[in-house]
Design a protein around this ligand. Structure first.
Ligand code: FEO
Length: 400
């Protein structure tokens, strides 16, 4: 995919589309991704960000359609994670820039990755402006969104915010703008991206939104480094980030389970019955079928997280251990938690699940339900009752 798009007069998308990537350090990217970079034609020709290493030829080919890469003066590195910097050694070799702009942490990260102290680094700070001719670039450091080195670049004459990882989506498309694709599919990719990448930094997202509002800048386009560019109503994604970062919940419960011989699954369905009959929206996710990153996406607006696993070799099933490791790292807040599972003779899994929920500061409903072998009617009734109890608590705490 090598189609250059002029996103504003003199500003070109020269990135790459990765149709075939399916895993992004544990996050399933079922529809691929893009690595966006932007070339601004001005007195000082400026390139913003680069692409993953295997896509360097796509990017260079795109640049050649606009200008000889050797005529690029400045390279701005908004973020050093290798999906944006992997090709930088070859790109720098090709363009031989006069300056490489990055944050102080960006310089350290570039040195730590590529071990090149001969590049013409120029460290910039939040609020600093540089002129590239008719245009001015203002930098805004956005530490931990997504890495300590991250920053935004804002071009005021274009009202264009180049936002690095923030506001992106992992979605490979031939279209480049949000108004060219189905908006509900776009938002589904955007929320999955937020839930799997930015959720642990939600407090920082809140601060950043406040800071950008205080800057009182005009934004009529947001160009992230992944996915579609927000051209139509660009602030809708800022409003969505405001909502997601507050981690408000709906009257919704998420039941996440794995099962060995379907006993734990019977319990999951019975808990769901108790919730559904009480008017709570329920999502059942079986870790044998549902990927951890889709589970996290469903969790973002769920008030209750209910975990089920049978006991295997004195512990939980391995897919549940994987899920918990991932979930703890993403640091969800404001949730109720509950645990359940079936066992044969020892039954440690439920206790372990409850402990993990407690470590994530979720409000627990007792010690959980642990049933031996195949649940009978009485056991399933306990599960339905747990569902009802959780439903009542959700109704008390989440307004309609
Ligand atoms: Fe798209 Fe944090 O890299």
């Amino acid at each position: 995919m090598r189609t250059v798009v002029e996103i504003k007069k003199g500003v070109h998308w020269v990135g790459a589309v990765d149709w075939h990537v399916r895993d992004f350090h544990g996050y399933s990217v079922d529809k691929g991704s893009t690595y966006n970079s932007y070339l601004v034609m001005d007195d000082k020709v400026t390139l913003f960000d680069a692409v993953k290493k295997p896509f360097k030829s796509d990017m260079l080919h795109n640049i050649y359609k606009v200008i000889d890469p050797g005529k690029i003066d400045y390279l701005v590195v908004n973020h050093v994670e290798p999906d944006h910097s992997g090709s930088i050694p070859e790109i720098i070799e090709a363009i031989k820039p006069e300056k490489v702009f990055c944050s102080s942490r960006g310089k350290k990260a570039l040195l730590d990755h590529y071990h090149r102290d001969d590049w013409p680094y120029e460290i910039v700070e939040s609020g600093q402006e540089i002129s590239i001719g008719k245009r001015t670039i203002t930098f805004l450091e956005t530490r931990m969104l997504h890495w300590p080195d991250s920053m935004f670049s804002y071009i005021k004459e274009e009202s264009l915010l180049i936002s690095s990882d923030a506001f992106g989506q992992h979605w490979a498309t031939s279209e480049r703008f949000n108004d060219q694709v189905d908006s509900s599919e776009l938002m589904a990719h955007a929320v999955k991206y937020y839930a799997n990448i930015l959720l642990p930094y939600s407090g920082l997202v809140q601060k950043l939104i406040a800071e950008v509002k205080k800057m009182n800048i005009k934004i009529d386009m947001i160009a992230p480094d992944h996915g579609l560019i927000w051209r139509e109503d660009p602030l809708q994604i800022v409003e969505a980030y405001d909502k997601w970062s507050k981690q408000g919940c709906k009257r919704k419960a998420l039941i996440i389970y794995d099962t060995m011989w379907h006993s734990t699954e019977m319990m999951a369905k019975a808990i769901a019955d108790g919730l559904i009959e009480s008017g709570i929206s329920v999502k059942l996710m079986n870790l044998a079928c549902d990927h951890r990153s889709d589970v996290i996406t469903e969790m973002i607006d769920s008030k209750a997280v209910i975990l089920g696993s049978p006991t295997l070799n004195n512990g939980m099933l391995p897919r549940m251990a994987d899920m918990l490791c991932y979930m703890k790292g993403l640091r969800p807040i404001n949730k109720f938690g509950a645990a359940f599972g079936s066992y044969g003779w020892s039954g440690e899994a439920v206790k372990q699940l409850a402990k993990s929920l407690e470590e994530m500061k979720m409000k627990l409903f007792g010690a959980g339900i642990n049933l031996q072998f195949v649940p009978n009617h009485e056991g399933l009734k306990k599960c339905v009752d747990l569902g009802r109890e959780i439903a009542a608590a959700i109704k008390d705490s989440v307004p309609v």
